[in-house]
Unconditional design. Structure first.
Length: 168
């Protein structure tokens, strides 16, 4: 990786940030309702998995975990997969990803979820930037960054025991 990187969140702060987000989720769903938590791709699924661990410890309801994969080249709706297959109708659904930029990815993967009539749909992002082209908002955010359009935010998960969020 480039030497021109700035550390935004180190491993410890990422873990603490996700624990804070879990507490916020519990506060919003204080009635103990069941949750369905999904992560987009490798990095989003890692965020969801870490958040799931905190929620299982803190939340009084059941929390089911699933993974969302799709074709990043074509964004075809028929190429979206949810593993394991998950029922979204009548559920409180939370979708997680590492960084919110334009909102295109999230807009694409939530369309089938919205079509299934969930009770609610919320979003979680480790980092949020303000360059959205689509009407997407973050319900739970680790950190909001004021960056230039040329800067890049990356979630380094090469070593899951030493994750980091970088600005380059």
């Amino acid at each position: 990786m480039s030497d021109n990187r700035t550390l935004i969140l180190d491993h410890r702060r990422i873990v603490l940030t996700l624990e804070r987000i879990a507490l916020e989720v519990c506060a919003r769903h204080h009635d103990g309702s069941n949750l369905v938590l999904g992560g987009i791709g490798d990095r989003g699924h890692l965020v969801a998995t870490l958040l799931h661990g905190h929620l299982q410890r803190l939340h009084t309801g059941r929390v089911d975990l699933f993974r969302i994969d799709f074709d990043r080249q074509s964004f075809r709706p028929d190429a979206i997969t949810y593993t394991p297959e998950t029922e979204f109708g009548g559920q409180h659904v939370i979708v997680a990803d590492d960084v919110l930029n334009s909102g295109k990815t999230l807009m694409h993967v939530i369309q089938p979820i919205v079509g299934a009539n969930p009770l609610s749909l919320e979003t979680v992002f480790l980092a949020e930037r303000s360059y959205r082209s689509f009407p997407i908002r973050a319900d739970y955010t680790g950190i909001s960054l004021a960056t230039t359009i040329q800067e890049h935010v990356s979630f380094d998960t090469a070593d899951p025991a030493n994750m980091a969020l970088w600005l380059s």
